[in-house]
Design a protein around this ligand. Structure first.
Ligand SMILES: Nc1ncnc2c1ncn2[C@@H]1O[C@H](COP(=O)(O)OP(=O)(O)OP(=O)(O)O)[C@@H](O)[C@H]1O
Ligand SMILES: [Mg+2]
Length: 254
């Protein structure tokens, strides 16, 4: 009996997307201060694949926040190129850029940046309001993400009715609710005690997805040492990129 014609495997969103999530080439950022030019980033090349978790370290003034701002499309480089999730950011119009910020990027900040008068559920719904998602779907999606971060029983609490670790979980849920290609975290454990900070990092590990990159800036050597990939900046250039266990000690303790 002839075998039935074989059909191609169904297309699936599961598994890593092809190519890099983040690709920076020759990225520079200069600030002019009167006569002086500050080279905040002096030529950064960096490729981060979908599914990768990267910790960025470096001494004060080395360019970490500048890099995160550029990655978050909150500022533009002086020169160089940035490709995010196959979009060349420098070629996008303002409205396309706004959409990229909303749909492709999730932010987690040191200070949580939650709306103080809104419940956890409302805080997490907010990016979906901007994305034009209808009210029912918004609630469902926000509730699901809050469950994933372990806050099923705290959805109707306001930030002042939550612990620091729980607030940061709400912020992580808000960052993830749009299913972004990239999660950016600026000192996400900076306002938390050591144990709670470690729990937030455990959460990042649990939420790891082959379809998303995580880039986190941290001052904490212990937390940076947990990362699978460490990128160390000094004076606006990358001085180390690799396994934290192979990094020179001064990189971790800068
Ligand atoms: N708006 C600005 N105008 C002028 N110079 C700036 C501006 N923002 C940053 N810089 C300079 O660029 C360099 C990099 O700053 P950046 O904030 O990226 O450092 P950082 O690594 O985040 O430091 P920290 O660990 O202290 O937060 C510094 O020398 C800083 O003084
Ligand atoms: Mg900074």
């Amino acid at each position: 009996m002839p075998s039935p014609p074989s059909s191609p495997p169904p297309a699936s969103r599961a598994g890593p997307a092809p190519g890099a999530c983040i690709e920076l080439r020759g990225l520079r950022k200069e600030y002019r201060l009167g006569e002086e030019t500050v080279h905040a980033l002096a030529g950064v090349d960096l490729t981060v694949d979908y599914g990768e978790h990267v910790a960025i370290v470096g001494p004060s003034g080395s360019g970490k926040s500048t890099l995160l701002q550029l990655l978050g499309c909150l500022d533009t480089p002086t020169s160089g190129t940035y490709v995010l999730d196959r979009d060349e950011v420098g070629r996008l119009s303002e409205s396309e850029l706004a959409e990229v910020r909303n749909r492709k990027i999730g932010f987690v900040f040191q200070g949580f940046h939650l709306l103080p008068r809104a419940t956890a559920l409302r805080n997490v719904e907010l990016p979906l309001v901007y994305a034009g998602v209808n009210a029912n779907e918004r609630r469902d999606r926000a509730a699901r993400v809050l469950e994933r971060v372990g806050l099923a029983d705290r959805m109707n609490h306001r930030p002042d009715q939550l612990s620091g670790g729980q607030r940061q979980r709400v912020a992580v849920a808000r960052a993830l609710v749009t299913e972004p290609a990239m999660l950016l975290a600026d000192e996400p454990t900076g306002n938390l005690d050591t144990k709670t900070g470690a729990e937030v990092l455990d959460l990042f590990d649990e939420l790891r997805s082959p379809e998303r990159a995580l880039v986190m800036v941290t001052h904490d050597a212990a937390l940076a040492g947990r990362a699978l990939r460490l990128v160390a900046l000094r004076d606006g250039v990358i001085e180390f990129d690799g396994d934290p266990s192979e990094s020179p000690l001064q990189v971790l303790h800068a």
